[in-house]
Ligand binder design. Structure first.
Ligand code: SF4
Length: 234
């Protein structure tokens, strides 16, 4: 597994744990609002390939952090596109670290394997929009059945997980949010995140807007019937 980057320390990305983040290159979606197009678009990845981090380098770093860090977050891009992901998680766990996967949910077979083999201790899955709107928002690489299947896998897995949505005013209208409530029914934890305009994969999204904090509060309240815990993450 080659890594596009390592963040050596975080207290924000693994709930209640001190962790590092291993970023994998490449993704099977093309979200217009993506803030990391250089790690998503193949032509950009080719340009950066020489700077990528070898697995051995990462594990040397991790070995030195035993007793200092509790967990490792594997994020992307989209980590589940890599066939050697189970092996990678297995090596991290063998060093005694807890593991968290960040995923877009577009590869349920891989997610199922990671859950079944208990290679992940926590999963954060993006729920980007209603199923009907997914292809328009994230590009043709998505299979809506896969998103629904991954959500059901997590709801029934027994592994701690969260769903999370980056709210964008021009995307998440009443109808979309209504459909998302049905998708999220019965979930344990749901985080609403604030959209940051700026550097985006599709320049049109650079001009889109976040909701105000009052509007986000109101949206959060409307999900409280469907989801056990709804929180706002800025
Ligand atoms: S799922 Fe979307 S936001 Fe996440 S890395 Fe892929 S393109 Fe970017």
């Amino acid at each position: 597994m080659k890594l596009s980057a390592i963040q050596k320390f975080t207290i924000l990305d693994y709930p209640n744990k001190v962790a590092c983040i291993a970023f994998t290159p490449g993704c099977n979606m093309r979200c217009g609002f993506c803030h990391n197009p250089e790690f998503v678009l193949p032509e950009k990845i080719r340009e950066l390939d020489g700077n990528f981090i070898a697995e051995e380098t990462f594990f040397r770093f991790l070995d030195q952090r035993r007793g200092l860090l509790e967990g490792v977050v594997v994020s992307g891009g989209e980590p589940t596109i890599w066939q050697d992901l189970p092996e990678f998680f297995g090596k991290i766990k063998a060093l005694g670290f807890l593991t968290k996967l960040d995923t877009n949910g577009n590869h349920p077979e891989m997610l199922e394997q990671l859950l079944r083999e208990k290679l992940v201790d926590y999963v954060a899955m993006d729920v980007k929009t209603s199923l009907a709107q997914y292809p328009k928002l994230v590009g043709g690489g998505v299979k809506c059945n896969n998103i629904a299947e991954s959500m059901e896998l997590l709801k029934s897995s027994g592994t701690p997980y969260e769903f999370r949505t980056t709210l964008i005013k021009e995307v998440h209208n009443e109808e979309v949010l209504g459909d998302m409530k049905q998708m999220l029914a019965g979930a344990e934890k749901f985080f609403l995140q604030t959209f940051r305009p700026g550097h985006t994969l599709n320049s049109v999204f650079a001009t889109y807007h976040p909701f105000s904090s009052e509007e986000t509060d109101r949206i959060a309240q409307t999900f409280q019937k469907e989801v056990a815990s709804v929180s706002i993450r800025n």
